[in-house]
Design a protein around this ligand. Sequence first.
Ligand code: FES
Length: 140
Amino acid sequence: MGYDRSMAAYAPLVIEHFENPRNAGEMADPDGEASTANPVCGDRMRVMLRVAGGRVQQVRWQTRGCPPAIATSSFASEMVLGWTIEQVESLTRETIAEAIGGLPSDKVHCSVLAATALRSAVADYRAKASSRDQIDGPGR
Ligand code: FES
């Protein structure tokens, strides 16, 4: 994955996370996971979550995309650590783009991957948790 433009166009945190991505990789037997594609460009992200006590304990991700997609994947994976699943459900691409220091106007769409994948992984977590409850029965 090469630089697609002068990195000078990006905020320092974008460059930092692109060059030193955090939490990249896979997770065995995640509590929730999701894959998503950016409708604008086709870039893809897969995210895996470990959840305990209703909070995100661990995030792993794999992204095939442009520098801001990699950077926002890494940044968001750190940002949501310790968040409740309800907080993740209300995560927006604007929140990520703003918190990372802004993105060039033609790259704002790149932060949609991380926001959508994280919300979808929480939806998967809820679906798995509810099917576990049905199998185990209430009160177990
Ligand atoms: Fe596809 Fe950035 S150009 S996510």
